[in-house]
Design a protein around this ligand. Structure first.
Ligand code: SF4
Length: 256
């Protein structure tokens, strides 16, 4: 990856070249030169993620591996979805902006999911995720999936916030039969291999100690309660600084 960030008076454009074993991607990202919030940069990061994931998917298909994810298949939407704090704020703002009665319906689904998690003894575990030990994310993820709790945005087995869905959702693309996702395991589900994970690069903005590369994340299902407890958004920073840090986080993937 070679981000080249020339500075201009009121905007900065990064020209990015990425290459994998069998694909290449060249694209540009522009941000305001002045202070912005990370949330302002989120649509740009989402488009970049789509471009990277799209290139990897095209390469998989050119090798005869057909992507089986499609509208109407929401098997993966019962998984524990990790999102960055900035995405949690975006999700909460999306719900807040919904017209009534839809807003109340979606909030009620979040509340129902929390109720079911509490019943299964998983709610407090998820709330205290920073205390998890090694390997616990896998076991909690499996226990979560067994509950079959649909994402509050899943409607008729399709994502009702598709253009705004979290980056972790975009990254989940499989080439194995769709029915295998109902009982996912490393042996039955073939995911498209990505050159990098993009959502942790966003989560690293909120690392308590960036030098320890310890990311903070929010379960999508707890996004509304997390934002209600942390209403203060991080201060705006110059757009070029945010963009550079994003690419720094991406290139530091191996240490995550
Ligand atoms: S946000 Fe959309 S894609 Fe992601 S889990 Fe929910 S319904 Fe599925």
């Amino acid at each position: 990856m070679s981000p080249d960030v020339p500075e201009q008076a009121d905007a900065v454009t990064a020209h990015v070249k990425l290459s994998g074993e069998d694909w290449e991607l060249e694209t540009s990202l522009s941000v305001p030169a002045g202070p912005i919030r990370l949330r302002t940069m989120l649509p740009l990061v989402q488009s970049f993620a789509d471009a990277v994931i799209g290139a990897a998917a095209e390469a998989a298909e050119s090798q005869g591996r057909r992507i089986s994810c499609k509208k109407g298949c929401g098997a993966c939407c019962r998984q524990l979805v990790p999102i960055s704090e900035v995405e949690a704020r975006h999700i909460a703002a999306l719900v807040e902006a919904l017209p009534e009665p839809r807003r109340s319906q979606v909030r009620a689904r979040f509340a129902e999911a929390r109720r079911r998690l509490a019943e299964a003894g998983l709610l407090e575990t998820l709330r205290h995720r920073q205390e998890w030990g090694k390997g616990e994310s896998r076991s909690v993820g499996e226990a979560y999936f067994q509950q079959g709790i649909p994402c509050p945005f899943l409607e008729e087995e399709s994502c009702s916030i598709h253009p705004d869905r979290p980056i972790a959702c975009r990254e989940y693309l499989v080439t194995s039969p769709a029915e295998n996702c109902a009982k996912p395991s490393a042996d039955t589900v073939d995911c498209v291999k990505l050159p990098m994970r993009l959502w942790p690069a966003l989560a690293l903005f909120d690392a308590v100690k960036p030098e320890e590369r310890c990311i903070r994340w929010v379960p999508l299902i707890l996004a509304l309660e997390w934002v209600a407890e942390q209403p203060e958004e991080p201060a705006p920073r110059p757009g070029p600084e945010l963009l550079r840090r994003f690419f720094d986080h991406l290139t530091a993937q191996k240490s995550l």
